[in-house]
Design a protein around this ligand. Structure first.
Ligand SMILES: [Zn+2]
Ligand SMILES: [Zn+2]
Length: 251
């Protein structure tokens, strides 16, 4: 284990980079993320190896810069406007989808089997990104390469956020602290997983932590009370009942 020091103080870049590498290895050695992260890393490498001689250096660098620059907003938009949409609970099929992609994760944040996206859904989503790139005239192969690399990074950071482990790097510790607020205090704050850039830009960052009050729907995302009675597809026998008086309006 790392030497004891002020755990929240930023580290020098020289100490932070190897610490990030060691923390990443700790995550990748876990049973649940291992397959997905190695699969995305291998697919990313394969697409970059194909892209460099076919699409060329310019399009490869363009895709890398575009992917990294847009990642904070993509993460935020998908998390806030797709994964937190209560209307998905209204039909059995969409409820099952919502349960797998996010509802179960908020209900049981410590369950390692529902932290990561299913690899099939990631491959499908990356395929959609490649198709959109092709449709608007951007070389698709390097876009697919960077998308798989960023997905691997996202899954490592998100899984780390839910591990009971004393990470060395300042970055991993800060991301875990931010994500804990999303899961245990207020589900409408800190939508960003790998960074807080979009939360800062769009006003959902936590400012003064003392002002935060626990949201009654932080676990069930509003799926409770009369709404859950009307659409009972996700009802659990042990679901929390504390928030039945503050049910969000159904969409
Ligand atoms: Zn999470
Ligand atoms: Zn969430």
């Amino acid at each position: 284990m790392p030497a004891d020091h002020n755990r929240n103080a930023p580290m020098s870049l020289i100490a932070e980079i190897p610490a990030l590498g060691r923390d990443t290895m700790v995550v990748v050695r876990q049973r649940e993320p291992r397959f997905a992260v190695l699969l995305y890393a291998a697919l990313s490498a394969a697409f970059f190896l194909y892209a460099l001689p076919t699409a060329g250096l310019f399009w490869t660098l363009f895709a890398v810069v575009l992917g990294i620059a847009t990642m904070p907003v993509v993460e935020f938009v998908v998390h806030k406007y797709v994964l937190h949409i209560l209307v998905l609970a209204k039909t059995p099929a969409t409820a099952q989808f919502w349960d797998r992609v996010h509802y179960a994760h908020h209900m049981e944040p410590k369950d390692p089997t529902v932290i990561l996206a299913h690899p099939a859904s990631t491959v499908l989503l990356v395929g959609v990104i490649g198709t959109i790139a092709w449709a608007i005239g951007i070389q698709p192969a390097p876009m697919v390469g960077i998308a798989f690399a960023l997905f691997a990074f996202y899954e490592v950071v998100h899984f780390a956020c839910h591990m009971d482990y004393d990470f060395e790097s300042h970055y991993f510790r800060m991301r875990r602290q931010a994500h804990a607020i999303h899961h245990y205090v207020d589900e409408n704050r800190n939508f960003g997983i790998t960074s807080s850039v979009a939360d800062r830009l769009l006003g959902t960052i936590v400012g003064d932590k003392k002002e935060l009050k626990r949201s009654p729907t932080v676990r069930n995302l509003g799926y409770t009370g009369a709404f859950a009675d009307r659409y009972p597809y996700l009802k659990r026998p042990d679901a929390p009942t504390e928030d039945s008086s503050t049910t969000k309006s159904p969409q």
